[in-house]
Design a protein around this ligand. Structure first.
Ligand code: CP
Ligand code: NVA
Length: 299
């Protein structure tokens, strides 16, 4: 069975810590071998647009001594109906790992099921684990160990929020999500978190969600593939992260956003461009954290 990196809930705390540690070592430049993936190739398959995931995986692979091949849905036979299963079987004969960004988590499952090389989740409609690994790394670089620290998610309970919930359970930190009715995370995910003993709370009150927290996280109101942007904007407006919302968190709280951001919508410019924002470190850490994932999966 290849070492896939599909979702955070499939790992135990020790393995997540091992991945983060590997990423840290690469960032510091003192890992045992700086080219552990020499001679290896990663296929990067994109069914959706990307800036950070695309560039950080490609640069990361090259820094680890490997190479990449890029496939988009429209420019490959995927766009003409070749199945994910057949694509997995074929790519497995050429490359040593596959990273997929997809509109449907079922495509990721199908790819992993039929691939004989490791598969990495580069975002689905349901989760974004590489992002949250980088986010945890960023939190800890600024504020120390995350275990027991309080994090608030404000806005749409989307794919990024789902991976935060999984991280909260696995790494043991309280997470409070402030989301409007109908835009919370899937009920089954909250039920899972509670059944695992996680400290995950869902509220419709944005102020309750952020009071006294160490970190406020948000994301776009309209994710790739979402419909009805007008309704989303109306309902999500009270969940905007602005100075008033930041002032309810700890004075030392940080602000995080996976990017791309829409200033004036989910976050005001004075917050994302202000002193509490760590969004550029977060973007940089995609590279380091994913080098940990690539080395763990493929070396
Ligand atoms: N945060 C993130 O995944 O960005 P991209 O969509 O640019 O890859
Ligand atoms: N929730 C966003 C994240 C983009 C990185 C989306 O899925 O579009």
């Amino acid at each position: 069975m290849p070492r896939h990196f599909l979702d955070l809930d499939r790992f135990d705390e020790n393995t997540l810590r091992q991945l983060l540690c590997l990423g840290e070592e690469f960032k510091k430049g003192n890992s045992h071998s700086q080219a552990p993936l020499s001679g290896k190739t990663l296929a990067m398959v994109f069914e959706q647009p990307s800036t950070r995931t695309r560039v950080s995986f490609e640069v990361g692979m090259r820094q680890l001594g490997g190479d990449v091949v890029l496939l988009s849905e429209s420019e490959s036979q995927l766009g003409r109906g070749e199945t994910i299963a057949d694509t997995a079987r074929v790519l497995s004969r050429y490359v040593d790992g596959i990273m997929l960004r997809t509109k449907s988590s079922e495509n990721l499952e199908e790819l992993a099921q039929h691939s004989t090389v490791p598969v990495i989740n580069g975002l689905t409609d349901l989760t974004h684990p590489c992002q949250i690994l980088a986010d945890i790394m960023t939190f800890e670089q600024h504020k120390g160990p995350i275990t027991g620290r309080r994090v608030a998610w404000l806005g749409d309970g989307n794919n990024v929020a789902a991976s935060w919930i999984q991280a909260s359970v696995k790494l043991g930190f309280p997470l409070c999500l402030g989301c409007p009715q109908g835009f919370g995370p899937e009920a089954t995910l909250i039920e899972w978190a509670i059944s695992e003993g996680g400290d995950v709370l869902l509220t419709e009150d944005p102020e309750e969600a952020v009071r006294g927290v160490d970190c406020i996280v948000t994301d776009v109101w309209v994710s790739m593939g979402d419909r009805d942007p007008k309704r989303r904007h109306e309902l999500l407006q009270p969940y905007q992260v602005n100075q008033r919302i930041m002032s309810l968190a700890k004075n030392s709280a940080i602000f995080m956003h996976c990017l791309p951001a829409h200033r004036g919508e989910e976050v005001t410019a004075d917050v994302i461009d202000g002193p509490q924002s760590v969004v550029w470190d977060e973007a940089e850490n995609r590279l380091h954290a994913q080098k940990g994932v690539l080395a763990w999966c493929m070396s």
